[in-house]
Design a protein around this ligand. Structure first.
Ligand SMILES: *[C@@H]1O[C@H](CO)[C@@H](O)[C@H](O)[C@H]1NC(C)=O
Ligand SMILES: *[C@@H]1O[C@H](CO)[C@@H](O)[C@H](O)[C@H]1NC(C)=O
Ligand SMILES: *[C@@H]1O[C@H](CO)[C@@H](O)[C@H](O)[C@H]1NC(C)=O
Ligand SMILES: *[C@@H]1O[C@H](CO)[C@@H](O)[C@H](O)[C@H]1NC(C)=O
Ligand SMILES: *[C@@H]1O[C@H](CO)[C@@H](O)[C@H](O)[C@H]1NC(C)=O
Length: 502
C-alpha cells in the first residue's frame, strides 16, 4: 500500500471512530430565564400561559429544590465555572456596564471543557460575565459562536442601553441590522439557524440565556393580549413576556425535532434568580425577591427533559445548586470530573437520570458584604435548616397576588416588606431593626415560606450552622467591584458597548 493511501485510510478510521463516539454523546441545550420568579411559570401558577415549558417539564423532572444566587452575574458565573462566586470575586451585586471586571481568566469555563469533548458550543443571549477585554468575551472563553448582548439589561427591540448605545453582537461584530425585532424572536431565529446547520457528527452544546423576563417590561401586544383578565398592567405585560419566551422555546424544540437532534438532547431549564415584584415578577408564596437571600430570591424554577432520563413526570425534592450544572453536564458529556480541588460543583446526574436521592445535603445560598454597618449578607443550608446572617436584601415581605389577599396569613407579616426602608428609618433612629437583620433560622421543609424564626428555640443548630457559615466565609476572596471606568464609554466606540478598554 502506498504510504499516502495508508494515511488516508487511517484518517478515515479515526474519523469514523470519533464520529461514533460523538454520536453517542447527548446534545445539551441549557436554557436560562432571567429574573423568572417562582410564581411566574405555568407549572407553578395556572394563571401563567407557558404550555411549551409546562410540557417539557411534565415530560421530564421538575427540580423542586433547585437553588441559585440572588442576582444575575453570581448565578451565571456559578453555572459556567462550577465555583461559588466568592471564589472568583463575582459575589458583589452584578457587573455594571463600565466596570472593568470579568470572570477571571484562569478559571475554566464549561464550554471549554465541552469543546474538548468534541462539542460544538454556542451561546445565544445575555452574557453578563464581563466584556472590558476581548479575552473576557464568549468566543474567547470556549464558545464557537456568540449572538447576543454583554450587559445585564437593555431595550428588547432597539437592543440599546444607556444613551442609545447598541449592545447586540454577532460573534465579534456589532449587529446593527436587527433593531426593532423583539429579542426572544431574534434569539429563537438564531437558535433555529444553529440547530439546522449543526453538523450532526458532533454533539451540540447550546447555552440559551434569554433576555426575558428581566426589566424593562416590554412585550409585543399579541402576548400581553393573552392576559386581558389581569388588572395590573405591569403584571399583564410581564406575563406576556413569559409567554413570548415560552413560544421561543416551543420554536426551538420544533427546530430540534426537525433537525433530528431532539431524540438525543438533554434540555435543562433554570431561572438565574427570583422575580422582581416591582417589575411584574412574583415569587409567591415564597418570601423575598431577586437580590435577597430569602427563598423567593434563590429557589429557582428548574427542570430537565430528555430521553436519557430513566424516571420522569415528577418533582424531585432533592437539593440542587447553581454550581452543580457544571459537573453534572460534564458527566452527561462523558468528561472526567473537574479536578480543581476547590470545586464546589457536584455531579448530580444520578439524581436527575435515575431519580436517586440528591448527593447534596448542604450548600451556601450566598456570601457578600454589603451595607455596612450591617455586615454580612449570608445564608447556609444544612438538611432542612437554613441559617441567615446579616442583611437579607432590600425586600423581606411576601408579594401577595390579588387573589390571595383575603388570606390574612401573609398580610399580618407584611409590615416590614421593604427592608431598605426599614434600614433607612433605623439609621435615622426612628425604628428598631427586625431580628432577621441580625440572624434567622428556618426549617425549610416545615416552613418553606420562612415565617417562623427559630433562632431562640434551637440554639445548638444556630451554633453549628454559624460555624459552618464562618468556615465558608474564610474562603471568600475580596469582591472584584471597582468603580466604573469611562474608558468603556460607548461614545469612545461609535455608540456601541465594545470590548477593549481594560
Ligand atoms: C487566578 O487569578 C486570580 C486573580 O484573578 C488569583 O487571585 C488566583 O490566585 C488565581 N488562581 C490560580 C489557581 O492561579
Ligand atoms: C480552581 O478554583 C480556583 C478558585 O477557588 C480558581 O482560582 C482557579 O483558577 C480554578 N482553576 C481552574 C482550572 O478552573
Ligand atoms: C415562532 O415561530 C413562528 C412560526 O415561524 C413565528 O411566527 C413566531 O414569531 C416565532 N416566535 C418566536 C417567539 O420566536
Ligand atoms: C404594557 O404594554 C403596552 C403595549 O403592549 C404599553 O402600551 C404599556 O405602556 C405597557 N404598560 C406597562 C405598565 O408596562
Ligand atoms: C415541593 O416543595 C414544596 C414546598 O417546599 C413542598 O410542599 C412539596 O411537598 C414538594 N414536592 C415534592 C414532590 O416533594
Amino acid at each position: 500500500m502506498a504510504p499516502d493511501r495508508c494515511w488516508t485510510v487511517l484518517v478515515l478510521v479515526a474519523g469514523l471512530c470519533s464520529s461514533f463516539t460523538y454520536a453517542k454523546l447527548p446534545n445539551i441545550v441549557f436554557i436560562v430565564a432571567d429574573d423568572l420568579g417562582f410564581n411566574d411559570v405555568g407549572f407553578n401558577n395556572p394563571d401563567i400561559l407557558s404550555p411549551n415549558i409546562d410540557k417539557l417539564a411534565s415530560e421530564g423532572v421538575i427540580l423542586n429544590q433547585s437553588y441559585v444566587h440572588p442576582l444575575c452575574t453570581p448565578s451565571r458565573s456559578a453555572f459556567l465555572t462550577g465555583l461559588y462566586p466568592w471564589k472568583t470575586g463575582l459575589q458583589h451585586q452584578v457587573i455594571f456596564p463600565l466596570q472593568p471586571v470579568c470572570a477571571p481568566y484562569n478559571v475554566t469555563l464549561l464550554p471549554e471543557v465541552l469543546k474538548e469533548q468534541g462539542y460544538a458550543t454556542h451561546i445565544i443571549g445575555k452574557w453578563h460575565l464581563g466584556f472590558c477585554n476581548w479575552n473576557c468575551t464568549p468566543t474567547y472563553r470556549g464558545f464557537d459562536s456568540f449572538f447576543g448582548f454583554y450587559n445585564g439589561q437593555e431595550d428588547y427591540y432597539a437592543h440599546t442601553l444607556g444613551v442609545n448605545a447598541l449592545d447586540l453582537w454577532d460573534n465579534e461584530k456589532p449587529d446593527r441590522l436587527d433593531g426593532g425585532i423583539y429579542s426572544a424572536e431574534l434569539f429563537a431565529k438564531r437558535a433555529k439557524r444553529i440547530i439546522t446547520n449543526h453538523d450532526k457528527s458532533r454533539p451540540l452544546f447550546l447555552y440559551l440565556p434569554f433576555q426575558n423576563v428581566h426589566a424593562p417590561v416590554q412585550v409585543p401586544h399579541r402576548y400581553s393580549n393573552m392576559y386581558a383578565h389581569i388588572q395590573d398592567e405591569t403584571r399583564r405585560n410581564f406575563s406576556g413576556m413569559v409567554s413570548a419566551m415560552d413560544e421561543a422555546i416551543g420554536n426551538i424544540t420544533t427546530a430540534l425535532k426537525e433537525a433530528g437532534l431532539y431524540d438525543n438532547t438533554l434540555i435543562a431549564f433554570t431561572s438565574d434568580n427570583g422575580g422582581n415584584p416591582n417589575q411584574g415578577g412574583n415569587n409567591f408564596p415564597l418570601r423575598g425577591s431577586k437580590d435577597t437571600i430569602w427563598e423567593g430570591g434563590t429557589r429557582a424554577v428548574a427542570f430537565v427533559h430528555g430521553p436519557m432520563l430513566q424516571k420522569t413526570g415528577y418533582r424531585h425534592n432533592g437539593k440542587f445548586h447553581a454550581v452543580d450544572w457544571f459537573q453534572t453536564f460534564l458527566a452527561v458529556a462523558g468528561a472526567s470530573p473537574a479536578a480543581n480541588k476547590s470545586m464546589d460543583s457536584m455531579n448530580l446526574w444520578p439524581m436527575l437520570e435515575l431519580g436517586k436521592d440528591s448527593a447534596r445535603t448542604e450548600f451556601v445560598y450566598h456570601l457578600d458584604n454589603k451595607l455596612p454597618p450591617l455586615q454580612g449578607h449570608a445564608a447556609i443550608r444544612v438538611g432542612d435548616y437554613k441559617y441567615i446572617k446579616g442583611f437579607p436584601g432590600p425586600f423581606s415581605g411576601w408579594a401577595v397576588p390579588p387573589k390571595f389577599q383575603q388570606s390574612r396569613k401573609y398580610l399580618n407579616l407584611d409590615d416590614d416588606r421593604d427592608s431598605l426602608d426599614v434600614f433607612h428609618k433605623y439609621m435615622r433612629k426612628s425604628k428598631t431593626l427586625p431580628e432577621y437583620f441580625e440572624h434567622a433560622l428556618f426549617n425549610i421543609r416545615d416552613d418553606p415560606t420562612e415565617q417562623k424564626n427559630l433562632v431562640h428555640t434551637m440554639p445548638q443548630v444556630v451554633q453549628d450552622m454559624k460555624m459552618k457559615l464562618e468556615l465558608a466565609q474564610q474562603e471568600m476572596v475580596p469582591a472584584n467591584a471597582p468603580p466604573g471606568d469611562n474608558k468603556g464609554n460607548p461614545n469612545n466606540f461609535g455608540g456601541v458597548w465594545t470590548p477593549g478598554w481594560c
